[in-house]
Design a protein. Sequence first.
Length: 202
Amino acid sequence: MVRASISSSGQSYVVAVEGLGDIDFAQVSGQIKRFAAQAVNATARRYRTESSRRIRDQVNFPARYLDSKQDGNLRITSNATADAMEAVISARFRPTSLARFVKGAKTHGRKSPTVEVSPGSREKMNRAFLMNLRSGNIGLAVRLAPGERLENKRRMVRMSNGLYLLYGPSVDQVFREVADDVSGDAGEYLENEFLRLSEALA
């Protein structure tokens, strides 16, 4: 029996693919262990790619934002070995700056930009403006009077004097929504991949 499981670790939500849990690996050959680890890692790669595609179907993240090998925000952070039959896919936990979803040039001082969080669904932010942040990035901000709230519920971080930075969903948040949809297929693929690799020993 093989399985794919989902777990949480600290502030990061991870998907761990665990293989061949009913087999006593102390009693099997090193080659079988290697095949099992290869199957788990192949499943993690496939699972991560499919999850990225489904996330981008829901939220307008650029593919490179999720998939970059150097600093991608949905990536494999631990691979399986013969001694540890688990691979881990981690997603960025922090909310995503709403400025990332602004259409057109992202320049300091630009007012009333249009954002596209969900693919094909655009919204003009009439009171918002783009501003430079200390980090060197661009943020999307809005200034509110005391006690005032935005009509649309948004994640905001207060800076000073009624100035708030606006944020959209985190990669982690969307990942949790798609993880259950693909975990069943991941478990089936893992089993089939292990059987394919081990056929040579039959």
